[in-house]
Design a protein around this ligand. Structure first.
Ligand code: SF4
Length: 702
């Protein structure tokens, strides 16, 4: 590119997927602006996106491969490093079988990187041991979608949030975590003040400032609340009988399960610990408003009953026929920039590429035939938490971690440290030189970062956008897809002669259309994007799949074999670990407005640290008195799994019996506030998503 020519790309942070224009100025600085033509943000950027230009320096970047020699990481050539990776993987596979190796990847990867990683593991190594940090983020939504719709589909689009007469935000601090969507909701609220906003969240967050109604539910009680709503809708005669009869099955079973504990709103209010009048007001408003969008995020997904929470929400939309039409539907707000793209290429341990199913022989046969691969994984691999336990147990002996920092982000994160210390071969591909996880690598591989790499991402509304490079590759850094291909070739695998992201995208698009996987109902299909040459791929405009469809299921046809949606009975159950005398408080974790994940990028922008400069423990003032900790002083939080230290604050939004700690800080940014070490490793039995929102803890002076 020439200087001062804006390059259109996509923000690397949250799942809103805002379009960005990056302009390289004559003095070398990068000017960042919102892309006015991108449908997700229409020119807006939040504070994180606006500060992207401040995060592009090479300070703390990993710029050369390193290999551990005599216990010390030393600079190495790419050849030496990749020979060690390929040779190490090959030796372990030969001796212990394909399931003894694993990849742990990331929703930060571009779709093309993800595609190659998945093909490498499932088609050539022959194991489905590839999981991703998206497991920690939206796997409950994936599982809920598949159960209800037959495929992992978000039915609506962002415009629905503007067309709705009522928006329900569940377990989502949208104002901080999906800021541009919240700005879109705010603008509509200004134009149409009668549009109702309901927030369901244990904390009173910034999102509640705009809400007409906030239901501060007891953590973990969402299924009771939505089962209660389903019962109320049935009692009030608001069921869309024609839609339900023609396009769904299982309502009676779902209602029967809901009625066991949730038929009486007063009882539901008592269980959820919310004001009965407020609960009833929500039920009445939902029943009376046709155009309702229920958007949910990590407060729903990150739970030992996350999949049931998702289905209890979807059940209410199916029962009222409010799905796939303008201004209505359940809506999963994805956390990461490319969690959706990863799902499309099968980047989870229980999925195949192109939304095909690992457990279906026809699907496996279609993918193997298309790849012409020597083998195909035929059983689900290990999900994230199980994977690191298998590493510690010595069952998995090599792991290649790409673009993620599990020593900070995983639950029971000290267990991850033990696992990596025991692992025979730990390979880490990263842009950052000093992450907590890097310190445990045997081989460190420098990756390209945002602004340097090239490919596609898919946002929460199924919109594929290009991330384009506008900076040269620094040092010896290489694209993740390129390094994966190089290792695959060194291991003797054919099928990895890609020379560009465009060639990978083309194969991905062709696979999505190949025999339709033998499944005529499947909706994921990029066949119309197959065969793009380099120029057309480079010019690819943001677009939704399938082929420009903003909404799906509006015609009542779903992706199950019989074309019907499924109501899923969701018997409510409490979180596995509940407070007791030793650990009397419930720890909730989440993001702050101006930081992203483990801060390896946002931590570079001084203006982002101006919002909240350090980790904190938010606690109710009366609980602080009760446990003898003081605002502004350090305190230690301890669970049965680990401990962390941070400063006590009274944010004003936390209920008695709960504490909140942000997820971003760790040893690498000079704090003892690595909250992942404290979080219990309990997972949802269907999705495998960990329970980040509910860990019993105690607090004491430090
Ligand atoms: Fe980036 Fe999300 Fe902010 Fe948009 S809302 S600029 S995608 S962080």
């Amino acid at each position: 590119m020439t200087s001062c020519t804006p390059v259109k790309t996509t923000c690397p942070y949250c799942g809103v997927g805002c379009g960005v224009e990056a302009t390289r100025l004559p003095d070398g600085a990068i000017r960042i602006a919102g892309d006015t033509n991108h449908p997700a943000n229409q020119g807006r950027l939040c504070v994180k996106g606006s500060a992207l230009g401040d995060t592009l320096d090479l300070d703390k970047r990993l710029l050369q491969p390193q290999v551990r020699v005599d216990g010390v990481l030393r600079r190495a050539s790419w050849d030496a490093a990749l020979d060690q990776v390929a040779g190490g993987l090959r030796a372990i596979i030969n001796e212990h079988g394909p399931d003894a190796v694993a990849l742990y990847v990331s929703g930060q990867l571009l779709t093309e990187d993800y595609y190659v990683a998945n093909k490498f593991m499932k088609g050539y190594v022959g194991s489905a041991n590839i999981d991703t940090n998206s497991r920690l983020c939206m796997s409950s939504a994936v599982a809920g979608h598949k159960r209800a719709f037959g495929e992992d589909i978000v039915p609506g689009c962002y415009e629905d949030l503007e067309l709705a007469d009522m928006v329900v935000l569940v377990g989502s601090n949208t104002a901080w975590c999906h800021p541009i969507l919240f700005q879109r909701i705010t603008r509509i609220k200004e134009i149409r003040p009668q549009m109702k906003l309901v927030v369901i969240d244990p904390r009173r967050t910034a999102t509640c400032e705009l809400a007409d109604l906030h239901l501060p539910v007891k953590p973990g009680t969402d299924v009771w609340l939505f089962n209660g709503l389903l019962c109320y809708l049935a009692k009030e005669g608001v069921i869309a009988d024609d839609f339900v009869t023609r396009h769904s099955s299982g309502l009676d079973e779902a209602l029967a399960a809901a009625h066991v504990d949730c038929g009486d709103p007063l009882q539901v209010a008592a269980i959820c610990k919310v004001d009965p009048q407020a609960l009833l007001a929500f039920y009445q408003a939902f029943a009376a408003t046709r155009k309702v969008v229920t958007a949910f995020s990590q407060g729903v997904n990150q739970s030992s009953s996350g999949t049931d929470k998702v289905n209890s929400i979807i059940n209410c939309h199916l029962a009222t026929g409010r799905i796939g039409q303008p201004g209505m539907g359940p809506f999963s707000l994805t956390g990461q920039p490319n969690a959706m793209g990863g799902r499309e290429v099968g980047g989870l341990a229980n999925m195949l590429a192109a939304h095909l199913d690992l457990e279906k022989p026809l699907h496996r046969e279609a993918v193997q035939t298309f790849w012409d691969s020597p083998r195909i994984a035929d059983k689900p691999g290990l999900k994230a938490v199980d994977l690191f336990h298998a590493i510690e147990a010595g069952k998995v002996k090599a792991v290649w971690i790409i673009a993620t920092n599990p020593l900070v982000s995983m639950p029971d994160a000290d267990q991850v440290r033990r696992a990596l210390d025991k692992c025979e071969l730990v390979v880490v591909s990263d842009i950052s030189a000093g992450s907590d996880t890097n310190a445990h690598a045997d081989v460190l591989l420098p990756a390209l970062g945002w602004g340097e790499k090239d490919g596609t991402v898919t946002n929460s509304e199924r919109r594929i956008s290009r991330q384009r490079a506008f900076l040269p590759a620094p040092g010896e850094a290489r694209a993740d897809w390129d390094v994966l291909c190089d290792v695959a070739r060194r291991m003797g695998y054919a099928g990895f002669d890609f020379t560009s992201p465009q060639a990978i995208f083309d194969e991905h698009a062709r696979l999505s259309a190949f025999r339709n996987g033998g499944d005529t109902k499947r909706l994921f299909n990029l066949g119309h994007l197959a065969g793009l040459d380099a120029a057309r791929y480079d010019a690819l405009a943001p677009q939704q799949w399938p082929h420009g469809q903003a909404r799906l299921f509006g015609d009542g046809r779903f992706a199950h074999a019989d074309g019907r949606a499924r109501f899923v009975p969701t018997a409510p159950r409490a979180p596995r670990n509940v407070p007791d005398e030793g650990y009397p408080l419930i720890l909730n974790t989440g993001r702050v407005r101006d930081q992203w994940h483990t801060m390896t990028r946002t931590g570079k922008a001084a203006k982002l640290s101006g919002h909240i400069a350090e980790a904190f423990i938010d606690i109710h003032p009366q609980d602080a008195l009760l446990y003898s900790v003081r605002e502004g002083e350090l305190a230690r939080i301890t669970s049965a799994w680990g401990a962390m230290v941070a400063r006590v604050v009274h944010g004003g939004g936390i209920a008695r019996g709960q504490v909140f700690v942000p997820i971003h800080w760790s040893d690498a940014n000079a704090s003892d506030a690595r909250v992942g070490a404290v979080v219990n490793p309990v997972v949802d039995p269907v999705s495998g998503e960990p329970e980040f929102k509910h860990t019993p803890v105690r607090i004491e002076q430090f």
